[in-house]
Design a protein around this ligand. Structure first.
Ligand code: GLA
Length: 403
């Protein structure tokens, strides 16, 4: 989409207002902001009704939004990063090819389905999220759109979780990406200096402290573009589904997700499961236990143990789940020897994108430099590293000044 990781939230907001005025000859009504996310533990557990640990980033999408009375009604969206303005009809909402406008458009369609009458809407979009790095700029765009729309039109769902699910439906049903709830949940529920814990079965959640004064977050982008829509993600989901069905048959009981299978049960029947399905299932079942152990480690203030679990998770993604790649493995190997490194892993869908690294705060600047140096000669595209913090979730920033 767009990106300038050095820009602060205030700068993004100022630019969004300026661009709104330039593009739409009027002042915006509201400003909204939604962060990207990183997955700390729980790789591909969300759609298996498992557990996840994640954070919202201090990098985000900011939208200046307003409404207009035009006929026919339409969405008009300006993206600074792409230097592009795209329009799409709101009378009958259909996907606009494979344009990025489908993310806000899909959210507006869901809001319309829930009973709101949509006027014509204008959006000016700014972002500090690195594009294609797997930090979920798409979920950030969806949540920032939803916040802006509720800010202007009212009609917010009864619970925040319903808002996250509405945005997930926009991505699943309209954009056509079969993602779980991780990205939208994290972008909405994020809290500075806290890790999010979600039980994707019961949808119970918690926020557990991880003070930024002690632990920094370094994102290392492999430079390998990852695409959820390209079929690999859907293929992994199919393996998990087949494994679930087979384990149910072998155990002689109805099982609707890998969440319902204990490690002992799995080990007792694993030899009878097709090899690829078996490896995918083993990753998910062990990963769920790692998340629960990670929660305990965080609660007793032991980031060191959390870091070890993250490294185990990365190895499991590489060896059992099959969604790492040479570049991601290289980033984790390079980080492992550096002073201050607590732990790291690939984050999100995999096959590219970024690693998430937890680093002792006082060693973070040097860690980032040394990781970038270690990578500069080895990776096809120059590795981009970002030193960032755990940030707050999506919110309305209120009325822009001067409007
Ligand atoms: C992507 C998806 C998420 C989740 C992760 C893997 O980020 O959007 O729903 O499945 O991959 O944990």
């Amino acid at each position: 989409m767009l990106s300038d990781p050095l820009r602060s939230g205030e700068e993004l907001a100022e630019r969004a207002v300026e661009n709104y005025r330039e593009n739409f000859d009027s002042s915006p009504e509201v400003l909204s902001q939604a962060p990207g996310r990183l997955e700390i533990l729980g790789n591909h557990t969300d759609y298996n009704n498992g557990y996840i640990l994640s954070i919202a980033l201090d990098l985000s999408v900011v939208i200046a939004a307003g409404q207009e009375d035009t006929s026919p009604r339409r969405l008009s969206a300006w993206s600074s990063g792409l230097n592009e303005r795209v329009e799409a009809g709101l009378e009958e909402i259909r996907p606009a090819g494979d344009s990025w406008i489908n993310y806000p458009l899909g959210v507006l369609r869901e809001i319309k389905k829930s009973g709101s009458r949509l006027p014509s809407i204008n959006l000016a979009i700014e972002s500090s999220l690195p594009v294609g790095a797997g930090v979920s700029s798409s979920a950030a765009l969806e949540l920032a759109t939803a916040e802006a729309a509720y800010g202007m039109l009212g009609g917010r769902p009864t619970t925040p979780l319903e808002q996250a699910q509405l945005c997930q439906r926009a991505e699943n049903d309209f954009v056509g990406v079969p993602c779980g709830i991780l990205d939208q949940f994290s972008s909405l529920f994020g809290l500075r200096d806290h890790v999010l814990f979600l039980d994707c079965d019961t949808l119970d959640y918690d926020r557990i402290a991880l003070p930024g004064s002690e632990v920094a977050v370094v994102i290392a982008d492999s430079g390998v573009q990852h695409e959820l829509v390209d079929g690999k993600y859907a293929a992994l989901r199919s393996h998990c589904r087949r494994a679930t069905q087979k384990i149910g048959e072998l155990l002689g009981r109805e099982i609707s997700s890998l969440r319902q299978v204990s490690l002992d049960e799995f080990l007792g029947c694993r030899e009878q499961i097709d090899e690829e399905d078996r490896r995918r299932a083993e990753h998910v079942i062990r990963e769920n236990s790692r998340v629960l152990e990670g929660v305990e480690a965080l609660r007793r203030g032991d980031p060191g143990r959390l870091g070890e679990l993250m490294l185990q998770s990365h190895s499991s993604s590489r060896d059992l789940f099959g969604n790492s790649c040479d570049e991601l493995d290289f980033l984790i190997e390079s980080a492992t020897g550096l002073p201050g490194f607590i732990g790291g892993k690939l984050s999100g869908g995999g096959f590219g994108g970024a690693t998430v690294n937890l680093v002792e705060q006082n060693a973070a600047v040097e860690f980032q430099q040394r990781l970038a140096e270690a990578c500069s000669n080895r990776l096809a595209a120059p590795a981009r590293t970002f030193l960032t913090k755990i940030g707050d979730g999506a919110r309305l920033l209120g009325k822009p000044q001067g409007s």
